[in-house]
Ligand binder design. Structure first.
Ligand SMILES: [Zn+2]
Length: 127
């Protein structure tokens, strides 16, 4: 017979514990009570969940009792992500100098001057 392993969060310390547990008497909402030794698995649990989500490229969401939706995802953090890459609309060069003012112009390394708003790839995340 498999042991009834439970994983639960301590609301006081924020520690995630794992151990054998049994349902709380008279409680019908699924609450569990640890019955023996419980082990701090906070780091292991977080790492396992994050690794699973990022490997499977998944976002998990579920609805809480109060109707709110909780969403969980994991992302690799990219080091020193370059600022938005803009390209010249005439030659496509990404070596563009941009004036730091509203409605400013940009100049590519070929000397083409164009309104920054007309640059290719101005939106974040698309290159
Ligand atoms: Zn150009």
């Amino acid at each position: 017979m498999a042991k009834n392993i439970h994983i639960g969060l301590s609301p006081l310390t924020g520690t995630i514990f794992a151990g054998t547990a049994k349902p709380v008497k008279g409680n019908t909402n699924g609450a569990m009570q640890f019955t023996g030794e419980k082990v701090d698995v906070t780091s292991l649990a977080l790492a396992a969940v994050a690794e699973k989500l990022v490997k499977e490229d998944r976002i998990i969401s579920w609805t809480l009792a109060d109707g709110r939706t909780l969403q969980l995802r994991a992302d690799y953090v990219q080091k020193a992500e370059p600022t938005v890459i803009r390209r010249c609309p005439r030659c496509g060069s990404s070596l563009v100098a941009t004036e730091r003012r509203p409605d400013g112009n940009s100049t590519c390394d070929q000397g083409h001057v164009f309104p920054t708003a007309s640059a290719i790839g101005g939106s974040h995340g698309k290159n």
